[in-house]
Design a protein around this ligand. Structure first.
Ligand code: PGA
Length: 253
């Protein structure tokens, strides 16, 4: 356990939702509902097609825009992919990497996540690195083993992690309405911090931000965000509803 003096991050993950013509109104609504003196960092990770509208809409606010993936090559023959430079050029500052849906449905591996992360942070993006176990792995007492492997592999060869934010997202809790208890989430986030200490050092571990994700909502956020090693949330479903998302932001003190 460590002293929690880290600024919190509340990041929305819109996934494949919200068209560009609807994005402006949703962000305007979120902006209006978030108190202006909020101390935490609010990030909205939107689909690529919404980025231009979103960046425009968050101007003159403290909200930052993130993407949901980014390729490891700087440019080239990679049909359908998006590069870090393309994101940066639009004003994107954050990027989710290694989300379990990418790993599960699109063949993302620990190796490809490592390559994407390396390029993203070298280019200057903040990488939100997602890790987490399946229900089968949790029931087989493999949680720590899986998460340790994912974090270690993703950070292989990465000298500095000041641009890396880790998001612990147990797969069984994503989009299921089944949240990890605050104790379960805290336990894994603390283990990730210990691992970062082992891979780097104590001061790095003390400053790295570790988020929880998986059915976080306005009813459970307060308790989750009060845990000493949970520095914020990565929020899917509830980030599509301005009221719910703004409520969660208010709990991030
Ligand atoms: P959820 O998604 O909040 O809808 O469970 C979280 C995520 O996948 O990042």
């Amino acid at each position: 356990m460590s002293t929690n003096v880290r600024e919190k991050i509340i990041a929305g993950n819109w996934k494949m939702n919200i068209t560009p013509s609807a994005a402006g109104a949703l962000i305007a609504d979120i902006k209006a509902k978030i108190p202006s003196d909020i101390k935490s960092q609010v990030v909205l990770c939107v689909p690529y097609t919404d980025i231009a509208v979103a960046v425009e809409q968050v101007k003159a606010s403290n909200i930052k825009i993130g993407a949901q993936n980014c390729h490891w090559e700087v440019s080239g023959a990679f049909t359908g992919e998006i590069s870090a430079d393309m994101l940066l050029d639009l004003g994107v500052e954050y990027c989710i990497l290694g989300h379990s849906e990418r790993r599960q449905y699109f063949g993302e591996t620990d190796e490809s996540v490592n390559k994407r992360l390396s390029t993203a942070i070298n280019k200057g993006l903040y990488a939100i690195l997602c890790v987490g176990e399946t229900l089968k792995e949790r029931e087989g007492n493999k949680t720590f083993e899986v998460v340790e492997r994912q974090v270690t592999m993703a950070l292989k060869g990465i000298g500095a992690v000041d641009k890396v934010i880790v998001a612990y997202e147990p797969i069984w809790a994503i989009g299921t309405g089944k949240t990890a208890t605050s104790a379960e989430a805290q336990e894994v986030c603390a283990a990730i911090r210990k691992l970062i200490e082992k891979l780097y050092d104590k001061s790095v571990a003390d400053s790295v931000k570790i988020l929880y994700g998986g059915s976080m909502n306005s009813a459970n956020a307060e308790e989750l965000l009060a845990q000493p090693d949970i520095d914020g949330g990565l929020i899917g479903g509830a980030s599509l509803k301005a009221n719910d998302f703004a409520e969660i932001v208010k709990f991030a003190k």
